[in-house]
Design a protein around this ligand. Structure first.
Ligand SMILES: [Zn+2]
Length: 292
């Protein structure tokens, strides 16, 4: 039903795939967040969404809806405002590796998302990440990594994230991992975020270099697509398409409203219907290996 509805209502007639969603909205409890996510998916509608679930006991409720692809974050840090670990707090941000392998092997967990190295201060090449990345490589599941140096409201305020390390948001830190695990499917999240903003480093050169060197690296432009000036969003897309990476740009909302983001995309006059179709569906379908 949702697929048919998407075909009938989308300006570009494809089922929409959102590669960047979270089970919990900041400041909201699990039940209210669940309702909000459902509302967001229905606004456009979205036919599949990769959703970050960060507690052992919360996975079942999301699996009941076949639209969701469960992603689990690894290596979460602590926020000074509420200094508990922001995922799997009973294991200090590192989900039990045996449990995770069972979840992946059974198909319940299908991605690692959203890896937060710069919030936690654990660079992605840190040996502590290695067993998890090895698991992702062995089972060939994709890994979503928060890159860049923001957002300022959470990260730049002194002490807001206790181990905040902006250098850990540099995509160049992924190179040893991509060499060690050839073909590991990685997507860089929030590409373009912070462009034009004082004091924020979006690591544009490092992002483009990584895309050039590793065809298994894709991107989402979440936050950039929702909150940045339209010309910044447009310029970031243009940079990626002009460099030949238009087949690796995926649609992600980061829980901003899907219909509003797509309305902004539709204002970018140079984007063709084929390019929009690639962003909204084709690239993610290929990256996530979805059949339909
Ligand atoms: Zn996110």
């Amino acid at each position: 039903m949702s697929v048919l509805l998407a075909l009938a209502t989308a300006a570009v007639a494809v089922p929409i795939i959102d590669v960047h969603h979270h089970a919990i909205y900041p400041g909201m409890n699990a039940d209210d967040s669940f309702d909000r996510v459902m509302e967001n998916l229905d606004r456009r509608p979205v036919s599949r969404a990769v959703i970050e679930v960060k507690d052992y006991d919360q996975i079942d409720r999301w699996l009941e809806d076949e639209r969701f692809i469960i992603g689990v974050p690894v290596g979460c840090g602590r926020n000074a405002a509420e200094p508990i670990y922001e995922c799997f707090p009973e294991d200090e941000g590192w989900p039990d590796i045996g449990w995770l392998e069972e979840q992946i092997a059974s198909g319940r967990v299908q991605a690692l998302h959203e890896m937060p190295p710069f919030y936690s201060g654990w660079q992605i090449g840190n040996p502590r990440y290695d067993p998890y990345l090895a698991l992702a490589h062995r089972y060939d599941i994709p890994v979503g990594i928060h890159i860049g140096k923001g957002p300022p409201v959470f990260a730049h305020e002194p002490g807001m994230h206790l181990n905040y390390d902006p250098a850990a948001g540099n995509p160049a830190t992924l190179r040893p991992v991509l060499e060690k695990y050839p073909g590991l499917r990685v997507w860089l999240q929030h590409v373009g975020a912070g462009v034009g903003m004082e004091g924020i480093e979006p690591y544009t050169q490092e992002t483009m270099a990584l895309l050039a060197d590793y065809p298994n690296v894709y991107v989402d432009l979440s936050v950039t697509n929702a909150t940045h000036p339209l010309e910044v969003y447009s310029d970031e897309l243009r940079r990626l398409f002009d460099a030949g990476f238009g087949d690796r740009v995926m649609f992600g909302t980061d829980n901003y409203f899907s219909d509003e983001i797509i309305a902004r995309m539709d204002q970018i006059a140079w984007l063709t219907d084929d390019q929009k179709r690639a962003i909204l569906h084709d690239n993610a379908a290929r990256f996530l290996r979805l059949e339909d």
